[in-house]
Design a protein around this ligand. Structure first.
Ligand SMILES: Cc1cc2nc3c(=O)[nH]c(=O)nc-3n(C[C@H](O)[C@H](O)[C@H](O)COP(=O)(O)OP(=O)(O)OC[C@H]3O[C@@H](n4cnc5c(N)ncnc54)[C@H](O)[C@@H]3O)c2cc1C
Length: 348
């Protein structure tokens, strides 16, 4: 088993910050994943599972234990009861799978086009965008339990999906290494065009948009927002949205409305947000003095999206944390809401 030492993690993340992993293993088979878990246990090392590194802030000191890079690949397709099942290795790039599903004319993940990272990363925070989330299409998750080294086949209900959460990033954080995800998609299904940006994109179209049209539209909209990893675009050197949209109760929403009115503003209320009692974190950030393009140092806010903290080159994890805390503090002072970060902090 080729365990490497002192491997730089920054180039393996989209933020491109952070120090090395003390030990590193790229696991291409389930047996190698098992061997990695055993190595960490035998040497009493903390284990970190690295997917595509697109939702991480790695500390400048790096990771003191074993970083296990998930590289189990493969996509298998089966048709059953009018549904198409795709069994996908956790190390497959997510967007490669979406492209395959769309090419097979299977609906269910088309709005999730262009999200970076691995397939195994998608159940962890129940990845979602443009009116779709993987909770709707995940059929089951095959995962190794680090406690006993056994494989568990978890059905969707057992994954406990909710907004940006699952058991994998809450109650059972650190327990499972996901090795395969099975998605159930609808052959010949219509694309989901529910989100305002997508509706606007297709307004005036004479033909009904296909899944492929929807995928292309989503990727195009994402690129305009710096939310598609594009070589040379420093606004995509980020972890995507840095804060979750806060979920608020009626009383808290009323309070926000009052504070907004006192400033001559109105809290935005898109149907997608209202139905889930969410408030736009991007709006809160932008109306707390952190507009697009904020900051002139090594970190700042994307010029295309107020919710993305970006590495403008040579940023450190400390720089990112400082800006994160500054934003959280100002938003709380002005709006009375504490923003919760979306990325995972590694080695802090
Ligand atoms: C430009 C950009 C745009 C983005 N847009 C979106 C978006 O629209 N919607 C959205 O939801 N997210 C978005 N993200 C965030 C990110 O892409 C997703 O959360 C993605 O699913 C993370 O997957 P990953 O493989 O990169 O995971 P990593 O970043 O490598 O890891 C994230 C967490 O998942 C765990 N993990 C990863 N793989 C496994 C595994 N096999 N088994 C167990 N645990 C694992 C890690 O240990 C870590 O805790 C965006 C990020 C960027 C940079």
């Amino acid at each position: 088993m080729p365990i490497q030492e002192n491997v730089a993690l920054a180039p393996l993340t989209t933020f491109q910050v952070g120090g090395p992993a003390r030990f590193f293993l790229e696991a291409t088979t389930i047996a190698e994943v098992q061997a990695g878990i055993e190595f960490a246990r035998a040497h009493d090392l903390p284990l970190f599972v690295l997917g595509g590194g697109s939702n991480l802030v790695v500390s400048d000191a790096g990771w003191p234990g074993l970083a296990l890079k998930m590289a189990v690949g493969g996509i298998e397709e089966h048709c059953q009861d009018g549904q198409a099942r795709f069994e996908v290795g956790a190390g497959e790039p997510w967007d490669r799978f979406v492209a395959r599903a769309v090419a097979r004319n299977c609906a269910g993940v088309e709005c999730l086009s262009g999200i970076p990272g691995s397939v195994g990363g998608t159940p962890v925070q129940n990845v979602g965008a443009y009116g779709q989330e993987v909770a709707e299409s995940v059929d089951s998750v095959l995962a190794l339990d680090v406690r006993d080294g056994q494989l568990h086949d978890l059905c969707a209900e057992a994954c406990g999906f909710s907004y940006r959460t699952s058991i994998f990033n809450t109650g059972e954080r650190g327990r499972y290494v996901i090795v395969r995800v099975t998605y159930a998609l609808t052959p010949g299904g219509a694309p989901r065009i529910a989100y305002a940006d997508l509706k606007k994109h297709f307004a005036g179209w004479r033909k009904t948009p296909t899944l492929a049209d929807t995928r292309e539209a989503v990727r195009r909209i994402r690129a305009l927002k710096g939310m598609l990893i594009t070589p040379g675009d420093e606004d995509s050197r980020s972890a995507g949205s840095f804060f979750k949209n806060p979920v608020v109760g009626a009383a808290e929403h009323g309070e926000l409305e009052k504070r907004a009115a006192a400033r001559g503003l109105q809290i935005p209320s898109y149907p997608a947000l209202v139905s889930q009692k969410k408030v736009s974190a991007a709006w809160l950030v932008e109306h707390s003095g952190f507009g697009k393009g904020y900051g002139s140092g090594r970190v700042g806010i994307s010029r295309k999206h107020a919710l993305a903290i970006v590495n403008r080159g040579d940023a450190t994890a400390v720089d990112i944390l400082a800006l994160k805390e500054h934003i959280q503090q100002r938003v709380e002072e002005i709006w009375g809401v504490r923003l919760e970060p979306e990325p995972v902090f590694v080695g802090f």
